[in-house]
Design a protein around this ligand. Sequence first.
Ligand SMILES: NC(=O)c1ccc[n+]([C@@H]2O[C@H](COP(=O)([O-])OP(=O)(O)OC[C@H]3O[C@@H](n4cnc5c(N)ncnc54)[C@H](OP(=O)(O)O)[C@@H]3O)[C@@H](O)[C@H]2O)c1
Length: 273
Amino acid sequence: MKILLTGANGFLGARILARMQAQPSVTLRGMSQDDMSRYIDEVQPDAIIHTAAISDIGTCEANPEASYHANVLLPVYLAKAAPNSKLVMLSTDQVYNGNPSPGPYREGDETIPSNLYARHKLEMEQRVLEISPGAVLLRATWMYDMPLYQGDNRGNFLMNIIKSVLAGQPTAWSREQYRGLTYVREAAESMTGALQLAGGVYNFGSENSMNMYDTAQFLLFAMGAKGHLLEAGVRGNLWMDCEKARVGGVAFLNTQEGLARCLADYGMGAPGK
Ligand SMILES: NC(=O)c1ccc[n+]([C@@H]2O[C@H](COP(=O)([O-])OP(=O)(O)OC[C@H]3O[C@@H](n4cnc5c(N)ncnc54)[C@H](OP(=O)(O)O)[C@@H]3O)[C@@H](O)[C@H]2O)c1
């Protein structure tokens, strides 16, 4: 099976490439429908894992047209260019961020995206599924890992906490916000299973029944680190019920188990843990 991977240099894409046989795509930046169709005709993939995107919420707000091109049009171009390929595309838990009910959210719950990135991801899901009903749209949680050597490393939950400990600075987390956090290497490992899922939208990642403050405290304890936590006033849950993917064969550790696995992978757990 020939799998084309977009965004192979990215945070998730680099870990997928390290795990599975896939052909990294050329950059899709600035591509038109014609460019995409020509490229897909050339490669003839059986499946496409599409991770390329503008994934930073602030960058999307500041550059709405670029966000629309990257996060809506490129996936639509891919779906039109590859009617016979199995498509797996990344969406986000942010599509639930304006839902006033406490959650955890299921795929059938109301999506109320309250930022541009999430609005574009939701439009992308809907348009791709109209074109390609067999496409698999994965609503991913915030993901974390240690940095890659000379990689394009951005902040994530794990690194934000580690940096705050090293700098002796506090970090602020909310006792009133619930969201899943996923070890990106586990997400990368789940791509083989994701390719087997029936077409549709799936919540994708680790479930978390702890609030963000308690999750940060859990991580500090698991590292054996003394950090200084403040309470943030953030509300708005993003936690998801991932039963649909689990039934389809794609199961994750919960957030605390995932953090513990990540620390163990890097030999960073507290002594005796
Ligand atoms: N990171 C997270 O915690 C998280 C959480 C939820 C959902 N997601 C979603 O998961 C997917 C992967 O996220 P990620 O963090 O791995 O992404 P990322 O590292 O920020 O970016 C992935 C790749 O996207 C390509 N890209 C950047 N700007 C682009 C543009 N304007 N047009 C076309 N391609 C562009 C780049 O590849 P080239 O340099 O080759 O062009 C980049 O390496 C995305 O769809 C993201 O929205 C991520």
